[in-house]
Design a protein around this ligand. Structure first.
Ligand SMILES: [Fe+2]
Length: 137
């Protein structure tokens, strides 16, 4: 991010290092989730989708290209993704409840993380709204 972009975030009261740490955690978490889900697919005797082209046919959350660098737009896109992930894992829990405790537990673990991600991102979004309101006064 360039000097002006960083300055803008600082004006909004965002601690950039804290934001980066939160995003790094979310990024690392998503890899951990992908690993958990891939392991379970293999345990069930199938193969995770190997072809990236196939991902778009199977995704239930779609994909918003991050082509607008405005942090507020990126936050909206990311919050939407977290909310979709919450629904996906809740559906998986409903589907496996009392029938497949291993998948159920995995979905619950991931759901807990996704709920935390949504809350973290909404907190940042609210902070930006508060700072914007202060700057407009
Ligand atoms: Fe997430």
């Amino acid at each position: 991010m360039g000097t002006q972009g960083r300055k803008l975030l600082e004006e909004f009261g965002i601690n950039i290092n804290e934001l980066i740490t939160m995003l790094q955690k979310a990024y690392a978490d998503e890899f951990r989730h992908a690993g958990l889900v891939a392991d379970r697919i293999i345990q069930l005797g199938a193969q995770p989708l190997l072809e990236p082209k196939e991902w778009m046919n199977y995704t239930m959350c779609g994909y918003d290209r991050p082509d607008n660098p405005d942090v507020r737009v990126l936050l909206i896109q990311n919050i939407k993704s977290e909310q979709c992930a919450i629904r996906v894992y809740k559906n998986l829990m409903d589907f496996t409840k009392d029938k497949d405790p291993v998948t159920y537990d995995m979905a619950l673990q991931i759901l807990e993380d996704e709920i935390m991600h949504e809350e973290d991102l909404e907190t940042i979004q609210n902070d930006i709204h508060v700072m914007e309101a202060k700057l407009q006064r």
